[in-house]
Design a protein around this ligand. Structure first.
Ligand code: KG4
Ligand code: ZN
Length: 337
């Protein structure tokens, strides 16, 4: 089954052709990063306008690289939630038009589930496992029992992990996008220069919840308070010290969830899964099997959308043309989707 995937939930305009949920024939990702850089963050209005300009050439490129004509496709898959609604609508409307014109089935795909599917494009991973989804908008620790079913065990009670990286980088002018800038800068820094605090969570929160707003405040507004008094207060030292705590607190929760659930396999996904310290730390855990997607499949792409859709289409889960974009998915506290 040859499926065209389309992804436009944020600032990457992407299209891909994937066969039977695993063979990637093309994976085109056009990043808008240069257009958002002057603002140190994604500007929704610019994002949707760029998607409108780029969606058609990006889809054409994906088909051309794959050597597949539109008529040969078996289905059109598209991210419909969560994300920036104006951006989502561009990909969704384009996909609907294509599906209607070609009389092909449309498969609406949830971006979170697609991120978790990404490593399945590269290797066979049996279910169930512990999913760790860390991106700019989400931080989720979940028991994943099928490609479309996850039970959320923990989430963030405030900022997402990637959002904390982005905000710290923006405040100190470390570079844009923030996550990759901090990751690079941290390599030259001493992670013990600042002893930033780990969050104390409230009684009502789940054992596996995380919180980033306290850490963000400490790094941005209370630097001196946590300084070791010896190291230089350099951007590299700030980046390394922040990154260590931001990742360590996540890893502690994931390992606690692995211990308590007995799930010894952890599968990561989302932009922050590209973080080199997270990859290094998790991979050094004995007795735990850790699967990370390759870097290209961590951040937003359409191959994960097309790959996921193969399983949905095979089970007859075809979307209606009335499918609408959704900015958010109701809170992840209990079950998802
Ligand atoms: O999955 P993604 O491309 O888009 C969303 O669905 O949000 O993730 C983007 C997020 C951003 O917050 C970005 O700063 C972060 O992933 N990110 C990283 C790294 N690469 C991207 N965070 C830490 N280290 C990285 N190497
Ligand atoms: Zn994403």
């Amino acid at each position: 089954m040859k499926i065209l995937g389309i992804e436009s939930s944020c600032d990457e305009c992407a299209a891909a052709v994937v066969v039977d949920g695993s063979l990637i024939l093309s994976n085109v990702v056009l990043s808008q990063v240069d257009f958002h850089k002057p603002f140190h963050g994604v500007v929704p209005e610019i994002a949707s306008r760029k998607h409108i300009e780029w969606i058609r050439p990006v889809v054409e490129e994906a088909l051309s690289v794959a050597g597949v004509t539109a008529a040969e496709l078996d289905a059109i898959a598209v991210t419909y939630r969560p994300g920036l609604v104006g951006s989502l609508l561009v990909g969704l409307s384009f996909a609907k038009g294509l599906a209607l014109a070609l009389a092909k089935p449309l498969v609406g795909v949830d971006h979170i589930l697609a991120h978790l599917y990404a490593p399945h494009l590269e290797t066979t991973i049996p279910y169930p496992y512990l999913g760790l989804l860390v991106s700019g908008g989400h931080t989720i620790i979940a028991r994943v029992s099928r490609y479309d079913t996850l039970e959320v065990l923990g989430t963030t009670i405030d900022d997402a992990c990637g959002e904390a990286f982005d905000k710290v980088a923006k405040h100190y002018g470390m570079g844009y996008p923030g996550g990759i800038a901090i990751d690079r800068l941290a390599r030259a820094g001493d992670p013990r220069s600042f002893r930033f605090p780990k969050p104390s969570l409230h009684k009502g929160d789940s054992l596996y919840d995380v919180s980033y707003s306290g850490l963000k405040t400490a790094v941005i507004h209370q630097l001196d308070q946590f300084w070791n008094g010896k190291s230089e207060k350099s951007p590299a030292n700030i980046a390394a010290s922040f990154q260590r705590v931001a990742i360590d607190l996540l890893v502690e929760r994931v390992l606690a969830a692995a211990e308590d659930t007995g799930l010894r396999r952890i599968v990561a996904g989302g932009g922050v899964a590209a973080n080199s310290y997270l990859r290094e730390r998790m991979s050094s855990e004995a007795e735990i099997e850790v699967v990370f997607p390759s870097l290209k499949l961590c951040t937003d792409n359409a191959a994960m959308v097309a790959g996921y859709a193969f399983h949905a289409a095979r089970e007859g889960r075809i979307s209606d043309l009335a499918l609408n974009a959704e900015a958010r998915v109701p809170m992840f506290k209990r079950a998802y989707p």
